[in-house]
Ligand binder design. Sequence first.
Ligand code: ZN
Ligand code: MN
Length: 130
Amino acid sequence: MIRGSKQREAILRVLGSGTSHPTAKWIYTEVRKEIPNVSLGTVYRNLRSLKERGEILELYLGGTFSRFDGNSTDHYHFRCERCGRVFDVDEPVNKEIDVRVAQKTGFKVLSHHLEFRGICADCQKGNMNA
Ligand code: ZN
Ligand code: MN
């Protein structure tokens, strides 16, 4: 676990508190400012292992690219269809849905993904540079 820890720490630093939800490419660009010789493959590998260890989340959103989240607790997101930004939604995860679906289907429900979509506050104001 010693090898590659410098890259892992840099990735976690770049992800920060988890409000930006960046793509792997953006993370790679930022990590390279700290570690110029890091490869995209190394960044992907570290993202995968951080995800497997439950330290970060990979978001399953309707966008083209995977996005990553430094906040690994279960929470909902809102994606702006105009600017593409992804925001955290301050709303408790609805465990009742899991129970209802489990009762209806007989399946063992472990989790669910719920993505809100629409136009963010900045875009509603017509601020395209936000
Ligand atoms: Zn927007
Ligand atoms: Mn988030």
